[in-house]
Design a protein around this ligand. Structure first.
Ligand code: 5GP
Length: 220
C-alpha cells in the first residue's frame, strides 16, 4: 500500500479510510448507507465474500459474490488489503480498488469486522476506526430475533450473541465509539466524525482545492 506520507506536499490529496465495525445486528449497514447518502466525496467499499447473496442483494453493489475457491485464489495472490472468516464465510477488501479510489482523493468507508479492522490499522496508521455499539445486549438480541424470522436459526443467533460479546471487548482499539440508539442520531454523530477528521487533515478535498487555487496564482 502506498504510504499516506507519499502524498504530503504534492498538492494531491489522498483519501482517508474510515473503518466501521459493529456486532452483527447493530444496524451499521443502515447507518453507513445513510451517511454515504449525506456526505459528498465519501463512498462505501464493496467487499468480496464467499457467502451467497441474500434476497435483494446485488452482485457488485452489496458485495462481489465469489466462490470459496475463487476467494482463496485471490487471497493467495495478495489481492486483499484485509480478509477474515466471519460466521463461516470469507470476506475481504480489494487492495487494488481501495488504492485506486484513495488515490483519486475519495474517502472510503470499509464496513468490516474486528479482525479486518486490526489488519487495516497495521497497514495504514491514518485509518480512522469507529466502533458502533447497540444500546444494550437485550436490544441486540431483540434486533437479531426480529431478523431471524427469515434469516437465522436459534443456534446461529446464540453464536452471534457470543461473538458480539467478544467483539465489544475490542472497542478500546478503536478511535471512536458510537451507540446506535436511533439511526438518525447515530448517523449525525458519525457525520460529525467525518467532518472533524477531514478538518484535521487540511479540510479534505475542498481544502486542498482552495490551497491549490492559491498556489496557481501568480500575484507576486
Ligand atoms: P454480512 O454477511 O451480514 O453482510 O456481514 C457479516 C460480517 O462480515 C459483518 O460483521 C461485516 O462487517 C463483515 N464484513 C463484511 N465485509 C467484510 C470485509 O471485506 N472484511 C471483513 N474483515 N469483514 C467484512
Amino acid at each position: 500500500m502506498t504510504p499516506p506520507e507519499a502524498h504530503v506536499g504534492t498538492g494531491q490529496r489522498r483519501g482517508t479510510l474510515f473503518v466501521v465495525s459493529a456486532p452483527s445486528g447493530t444496524g451499521k449497514t443502515t447507518v453507513v448507507k445513510a451517511l454515504i447518502a449525506r456526505v459528498a466525496g465519501l463512498e462505501m467499499s464493496c467487499s468480496y465474500t464467499s457467502r451467497p447473496p441474500r434476497p435483494g442483494e446485488r452482485d457488485g453493489v452489496d458485495y462481489h459474490f465469489v466462490s470459496r475457491d475463487r476467494f482463496e485464489a485471490m487471497r493467495e495472490t495478495d489481492e486483499f488489503l484485509e480478509s477474515a472468516e466471519v460466521f463461516g464465510a470469507l470476506y475481504g477488501t480489494s487492495a487494488h480498488e481501495t488504492e485506486q479510489r484513495l488515490d483519486e482523493g475519495l474517502d472510503l468507508v470499509l464496513e468490516i469486522d474486528v479482525q479486518g479492522a486490526g489488519q487495516v490499522r497495521a497497514l495504514d496508521r491514518t485509518a480512522v476506526r469507529v466502533f458502533v455499539l447497540p444500546p444494550s445486549p437485550a436490544v441486540l438480541e431483540e434486533r437479531l430475533r426480529s431478523r431471524s424470522a427469515t434469516d437465522l436459526t436459534e443456534a446461529q443467533l446464540r453464536q452471534r450473541l457470543g461473538v458480539a460479546r467478544r467483539e465489544v471487548e475490542m472497542m478500546g482499539d478503536y478511535d471512536y465509539v458510537l451507540i446506535n440508539d436511533t439511526v438518525d442520531d447515530c448517523v449525525n454523530r458519525l457525520q460529525c466524525i467525518v467532518v472533524a477528521e477531514r478538518a484535521r487533515r487540511g479540510g479534505g478535498a475542498a481544502g486542498e482545492a482552495i490551497a491549490q487555487a492559491f498556489r496557481d496564482r501568480t500575484d507576486e
